[in-house]
Design a protein around this ligand. Structure first.
Ligand code: MG
Length: 156
Protein backbone atom coordinates (compact mmCIF):
# COMPACT_ATOMS: atom_id res chain seq x y z
CA UNK A 1 0.00 0.00 0.00
CA UNK A 2 1.31 3.36 -1.00
CA UNK A 3 1.48 5.91 1.79
CA UNK A 4 1.30 9.67 1.55
CA UNK A 5 5.04 9.90 2.22
CA UNK A 6 5.75 7.74 -0.85
CA UNK A 7 4.07 10.16 -3.22
CA UNK A 8 6.35 13.14 -2.83
CA UNK A 9 10.02 13.61 -2.17
CA UNK A 10 11.13 15.93 0.57
CA UNK A 11 12.60 18.61 -1.70
CA UNK A 12 9.33 18.91 -3.66
CA UNK A 13 7.32 18.97 -0.45
CA UNK A 14 9.42 21.86 0.85
CA UNK A 15 8.98 23.76 -2.43
CA UNK A 16 5.21 23.27 -2.22
CA UNK A 17 4.81 24.10 1.45
CA UNK A 18 7.21 26.97 2.07
CA UNK A 19 5.25 30.20 1.91
CA UNK A 20 6.14 32.41 -1.03
CA UNK A 21 8.50 35.14 0.10
CA UNK A 22 6.66 37.66 -2.06
CA UNK A 23 3.45 36.98 -0.11
CA UNK A 24 5.27 37.37 3.20
CA UNK A 25 6.83 40.61 1.96
CA UNK A 26 3.46 41.94 0.77
CA UNK A 27 1.96 41.33 4.21
CA UNK A 28 4.78 42.98 6.15
CA UNK A 29 4.29 46.11 8.23
CA UNK A 30 6.65 48.22 10.35
CA UNK A 31 5.25 46.51 13.46
CA UNK A 32 5.83 43.03 12.04
CA UNK A 33 9.38 44.05 11.10
CA UNK A 34 9.97 45.30 14.64
CA UNK A 35 8.56 42.05 16.11
CA UNK A 36 10.74 40.00 13.78
CA UNK A 37 13.79 42.11 14.65
CA UNK A 38 13.28 41.64 18.39
CA UNK A 39 12.57 37.89 18.11
CA UNK A 40 15.60 37.40 15.87
CA UNK A 41 17.71 39.33 18.36
CA UNK A 42 16.62 37.01 21.17
CA UNK A 43 17.61 33.98 19.13
CA UNK A 44 20.98 35.36 18.04
CA UNK A 45 21.89 36.68 21.49
CA UNK A 46 20.91 33.34 23.02
CA UNK A 47 23.41 31.77 20.62
CA UNK A 48 26.11 34.20 21.74
CA UNK A 49 25.36 33.39 25.38
CA UNK A 50 25.43 29.68 24.61
CA UNK A 51 28.85 30.09 23.00
CA UNK A 52 30.16 31.77 26.16
CA UNK A 53 28.84 28.88 28.27
CA UNK A 54 30.15 26.28 25.80
CA UNK A 55 33.68 27.62 26.32
CA UNK A 56 33.32 27.03 30.07
CA UNK A 57 31.66 23.63 29.87
CA UNK A 58 33.27 22.02 26.83
CA UNK A 59 36.69 23.70 26.72
CA UNK A 60 37.25 24.25 30.46
CA UNK A 61 37.97 27.93 29.93
CA UNK A 62 37.40 30.29 32.84
CA UNK A 63 34.01 31.96 32.69
CA UNK A 64 34.14 35.34 30.97
CA UNK A 65 31.75 37.03 33.37
CA UNK A 66 31.92 40.35 31.56
CA UNK A 67 30.85 38.66 28.31
CA UNK A 68 28.11 36.66 30.03
CA UNK A 69 26.73 39.84 31.58
CA UNK A 70 26.90 41.51 28.16
CA UNK A 71 25.00 38.71 26.43
CA UNK A 72 22.38 38.54 29.20
CA UNK A 73 21.95 42.29 28.80
CA UNK A 74 21.57 41.91 25.06
CA UNK A 75 18.90 39.29 25.66
CA UNK A 76 17.12 41.61 28.10
CA UNK A 77 17.13 44.34 25.44
CA UNK A 78 15.45 42.22 22.79
CA UNK A 79 13.06 40.63 25.28
CA UNK A 80 11.96 44.07 26.47
CA UNK A 81 11.53 45.18 22.87
CA UNK A 82 9.42 42.15 22.01
CA UNK A 83 7.28 42.63 25.11
CA UNK A 84 6.74 46.26 24.11
CA UNK A 85 5.77 45.16 20.61
CA UNK A 86 2.98 43.00 22.02
CA UNK A 87 2.13 45.31 24.93
CA UNK A 88 3.19 42.67 27.47
CA UNK A 89 4.80 43.60 30.77
CA UNK A 90 7.72 41.72 32.30
CA UNK A 91 5.57 41.17 35.40
CA UNK A 92 2.91 39.49 33.24
CA UNK A 93 5.45 37.05 31.86
CA UNK A 94 6.85 36.28 35.31
CA UNK A 95 3.37 35.67 36.74
CA UNK A 96 2.48 33.43 33.80
CA UNK A 97 5.71 31.49 34.27
CA UNK A 98 5.04 31.00 38.00
CA UNK A 99 1.49 29.85 37.24
CA UNK A 100 2.62 27.45 34.49
CA UNK A 101 5.32 25.87 36.60
CA UNK A 102 2.94 25.77 39.55
CA UNK A 103 0.68 23.54 37.44
CA UNK A 104 3.60 21.40 36.37
CA UNK A 105 5.25 21.07 39.79
CA UNK A 106 3.28 20.75 43.04
CA UNK A 107 4.46 23.36 45.53
CA UNK A 108 6.93 24.47 42.85
CA UNK A 109 9.17 21.54 43.81
CA UNK A 110 11.03 19.74 41.01
CA UNK A 111 10.74 16.04 40.32
CA UNK A 112 11.59 14.03 37.22
CA UNK A 113 8.11 12.46 37.24
CA UNK A 114 6.40 15.84 37.11
CA UNK A 115 8.83 17.08 34.49
CA UNK A 116 7.91 14.13 32.29
CA UNK A 117 4.17 14.44 32.95
CA UNK A 118 4.08 18.17 32.06
CA UNK A 119 0.70 18.65 33.70
CA UNK A 120 0.50 22.23 32.45
CA UNK A 121 0.27 20.94 28.86
CA UNK A 122 -2.94 18.96 29.44
CA UNK A 123 -5.27 21.83 28.62
CA UNK A 124 -5.02 23.02 25.04
CA UNK A 125 -3.76 26.51 24.46
CA UNK A 126 -6.84 28.52 23.58
CA UNK A 127 -6.67 31.77 21.68
CA UNK A 128 -8.32 33.66 24.56
CA UNK A 129 -5.13 35.67 24.99
CA UNK A 130 -4.84 36.39 21.28
CA UNK A 131 -4.10 39.98 20.52
CA UNK A 132 -6.63 41.74 18.32
CA UNK A 133 -5.36 43.63 15.28
CA UNK A 134 -6.72 46.87 16.78
CA UNK A 135 -4.55 46.32 19.86
CA UNK A 136 -1.52 45.72 17.65
CA UNK A 137 -2.32 48.88 15.72
CA UNK A 138 -2.47 50.83 18.98
CA UNK A 139 0.91 49.41 20.03
CA UNK A 140 2.33 50.30 16.63
CA UNK A 141 1.09 53.84 17.01
CA UNK A 142 2.72 54.11 20.45
CA UNK A 143 6.02 52.77 19.09
CA UNK A 144 5.96 55.22 16.20
CA UNK A 145 5.04 58.09 18.56
CA UNK A 146 7.79 57.11 21.01
CA UNK A 147 10.29 56.88 18.16
CA UNK A 148 9.24 60.34 16.97
CA UNK A 149 9.64 61.77 20.48
CA UNK A 150 13.03 60.08 20.84
CA UNK A 151 14.15 61.47 17.48
CA UNK A 152 13.02 64.96 18.52
CA UNK A 153 14.90 64.68 21.83
CA UNK A 154 18.07 63.50 20.08
CA UNK A 155 18.03 66.42 17.65
CA UNK A 156 17.65 69.03 20.40
MG1 MG B 1 25.56 39.99 22.10
Amino acid sequence: METQTDKINHADMVRQLAKDGNKILAELSPLKCHQWHMATGISSEAGELLDAIKKVVAYNKPADRVNIVEELGDLEFYMAGLRQAFDITREETLEANIAKLGKRYKQHQYSDEQAHARADKESPALPENAIEQSELDAVRERILRNNAIQNMMETH
